[in-house]
Design a protein around this ligand. Structure first.
Ligand code: ADP
Ligand code: ZN
Length: 721
């Protein structure tokens, strides 16, 4: 009897067993099509003893239908899927789904049909067709994607195809990618860089698990160094995965990669077109793709012969996924490298305390690049005490900062103002009755965006036009903006420095690769004098004429008191400071604050990172916080407030009593309403010795809730809202 067990995507059903028909060859990892009731499901053949057993007797088993035409998922990836599900208390099925992230790719190679405009322009067009013609200029994609781009129905586009306005194009899915060449443009490395690069090269050549922490100041050439490790992997015919925290950074990375290796790498992120996704997935699985650069989701792809993983800007909190499977891609990258038996490089100018701790403990090999490349000096950092040097009434920039900006403008140099707040103002209220604009779905104020004339919620996306009169008391024109956002700072710069060319850089303004490329070109071409931006401009960019950085409000990140607030402030300010003086001209950084005495501000000014980290580590140690103790959050939510509260109380009421675990709550979450769901939270604080996941699984496993209640476990949480 040829009985096998499969893992599939419906985790409510658990693993299922099937019979392998005569003549069909399967092995662990084979991706198969199986019958389930009247339907067909995709599953992965798994080692039967590693999954829960199924009760079905041999005689009742149904036969598998087909082995899908993709290589079997390799054992290291299967172990990674199991590890991730186990560590993050997530369903195996949800993690497996991240590996099979292009269902189209499972159908095999061959061709797909995309459509593009024919160029034929009839004299008369319906308004919908005319709008589609405008929107689809130069585009080629599937009908569904084109419909999305043009905001018309698929029916409209089918009609256009019938009328000869759109034409089908056959796309070969398995056409090869251009080859990257390791010797294309080898840089001349400094002595320090060469020493670092040599360690990566030999680790890649020798193979085996080897985690590195590449700790180099901004502008030290970390990318140049890990590119050498990458080149060695290419020479050996092995694949490389480079994880970046944000898609906005890829533009810059692609250019540098192409300059070094002669061709761009393969991109992977959530907004790829279906054909690109299918082509990339298949070529990654076949081993044809050499280098993948991507966001977190690239981590679970089925690489055929991985040789190296790089996590750039490894300290970034956006590596932590906060919905679906709540995993930290930085940490899972190290685990994947361990299962694959390959080196992994975590690169950062401001490593996470957790990473530094592991380096100190000897788990990671630490490689330092303490100086900038080419003799550029690190910028001088000074504080502006806002209690003493006050901005004018109704303004946010202190006179000294404005003077320095004027000086840069006169010299033809650039300034960057950093404020981590999108929009015009974080809060809008009625001057007459005090009414505050609040999101109907979230515990959050609506943020005014003047560029788009809307009030927006940054949590759920709810938007409404700015009304002419107060919705509460009806007074016309009574809205006042409270506090600054980047748009308001940009207005202030325009008033104070007439003639300065100001660019606002946020996720609202740089929403796609074209806009990012246009911004970089304008900044490099000296078409911008002042950049006002959120954390989006703190990293990656290299503008030689940028000599002044102003931090508009360094205290902002310290509010709210989350456990990493000080560390995050340090990282953000150090990163944005690192944008100054990267060329021949020295840079200067001015930090506006009301708390110049705060340890993090003092450390930034003194350039004393070690002292800051040491003090921070001490604080964490005594609080039992990571990396010395562990946290987990349990979030309970429902659209019904009472139901959420009752479920949270039921969980609290059955909390285990253990020596090495402390359980706080339940209490309403700080964000007690999010996207229309009421939220309660419990926090678990455990010593490192405690088996937190096992404890939580056993605790929650014994409880049952109505299906309208969601219970999420967040292991090693980054968000405490
Ligand atoms: P980091 O990532 O450490 O901030 P980068 O890798 O971005 O540093 O390097 C900073 C700048 O210095 C980049 O423009 C890079 O091209 C340049 N650079 C670094 N090392 C070299 C080198 N060995 N030869 C030429 N240019 C270099
Ligand atoms: Zn909202």
């Amino acid at each position: 009897m040829n009985r096998i067990r499969i893992l599939h995507f419906n985790h409510a059903l658990g693993p299922l067993d099937y019979r392998v028909p005569d003549g069909m060859a399967v092995e662990p990892g084979s991706v198969v099509l199986a019958p389930l009731g009247p339907r067909q499901i995709v599953g992965i053949v798994w080692e039967a003893d590693r999954l829960e057993a199924s009760e079905v007797p041999d005689s009742k088993l149904r036969p598998l239908l087909q082995v899908l035409p993709v290589p079997p998922l390799r054992a290291p990836l299967r172990r990674l899927i199991e590890w991730t599900a186990d560590y993050y208390c997530a369903p195996l099925a949800s993690v497996a789904r991240m590996a099979l992230s292009s269902t189209a790719a499972l159908r095999g190679g061959g061709t797909m049909t995309e459509y593009r405009l024919t160029g034929h322009e009839p004299a008369r067009l319906t308004p919908q067709r005319a709008a589609a013609m405008d929107a689809l200029h130069g585009e080629q994609a599937t009908i569904r994607e084109l419909a999305d781009m043009a905001s018309v129905s698929e029916g409209v586009l089918r009609g256009m195809a019938g009328a000869g306005l759109l034409e089908p194009v056959t796309v070969d899915l398995d056409r090869p990618y251009p080859r990257a060449r390791p010797e294309h443009a080898q840089p001349e490395l400094s002595e320090e860089q060469a020493a670092a690069a040599e360690q990566f090269v030999s680790a890649v050549r020798d193979g085996g698990f080897q985690p590195f922490l590449l700790d180099g100041v901004t502008g030290s050439g970390k990318t140049e160094c890990y590119f050498e490790g990458l080149a060695e992997a290419l020479r050996n015919g092995r694949q490389v995965l480079v994880l970046l925290p944000e898609i906005s950074l890829t533009e810059n990375f692609l250019r540098r990669f192409e300059a070094r290796f002669g061709t761009p790498p393969v991109l992977w992120h959530s907004s790829l077109k279906a054909t690109e996704r299918r082509r990339a997935w298949r070529a990654i699985a076949s081993g044809e793709v050499q280098v993948v650069v991507g966001a977190r989701s690239a981590l679970f792809l089925p690489y055929a012969k991985l040789g190296l993983i790089v996590v750039d800007e490894a300290h970034e909190v956006s590596f932590k996924q906060d919905d679906g499977v709540r995993y930290n891609a930085r940490d899972v990258a190290v685990i994947r490298a361990r299962f694959e038996g390959v080196p992994v490089i975590l690169a950062s100018a401001t490593p996470a305390l957790e990473s530094l701790q592991l380096a100190e403990a000897g788990v990671y090999r630490k490689i330092d690049l303490p100086a900038r490349f080419g003799g550029a000096s690190l910028p001088a950092i000074e504080v502006i005490d806002l209690r003493v040097e006050q901005p004018e009434r109704g303004r946010w920039l202190a006179p000294r900062l404005v003077e320095e900006m004027k000086l840069r403008l006169e010299r033809g140099e650039q300034s960057l103002l950093f404020l981590n707040r999108r929009g015009y103002a974080p809060l809008t209220l009625c001057r007459h009755c005090g009414y505050r604009f609040q999101c109907p779905n979230c515990t959050a104020w609506l943020v005014e965006h003047r560029l788009s004339r809307r009030l927006a919620c940054h949590h759920c996306g709810h938007e409404t036009p700015v009304p002419d009169a107060c919705p509460e008391c009806g007074t016309p024109d009574c809205m006042v903006a409270c506090g600054p956002g980047v748009e308001r700072i940009a207005d202030e710069v325009a008033e104070l420095l007439p003639g300065a060319r100001v660019a606002v850089v946020t996720s609202d303004t740089l929403s796609g690769p074209e806009k990012i490329a246009a911004f970089v070109a304008a900044a490099e071409g000296k078409l911008i004098d002042v950049i006002v931006g959120t954390q989006l401009v703190t990293k990656g960019y290299h503008f030689p004429e940028l000599t002044l950085v102003g931090v508009v409000d360094a205290d902002l990140g310290l509010e709210g008191g989350d456990l990493r607030a000080a560390e995050r402030t340090y990282q953000q300010v150090a990163q944005v400071a690192g944008r100054a003086g990267r060329g021949a001209k020295p840079g200067e950084v001015l930090i506006q604050t009301r708390h110049p005495e705060a340890a993090v501000i003092a450390a930034l000014v003194a350039g004393d990172r070690d002292a800051f980290y040491a003090a921070e580590a001490e604080g964490r140690r005594s609080a039992g916080a990571p990396p010395f103790g562990r946290w987990a959050a349990i979030i309970v939510s429902s659209e019904d407030e009472a139901e959420a509260r009752d479920a949270a109380r039921a969980i609290g009421g059955t909390a285990p009593r253990l020596d090495d675990v402390m359980i706080l709550g339940p209490a309403p979450a700080p964000m007690s309403l999010l996207r229309g769901r009421y939220r309660y939270r419990l926090l678990v604080n455990a010593r490192r010795s405690a088996q937190v996941q096992a404890i939580i699984r056993e605790w929650l496993g014994g409880l049952n809730f109505p299906s309208s209640v969601r219970v999420h476990v967040d292991i090693d949480p980054y968000s405490f809202v």
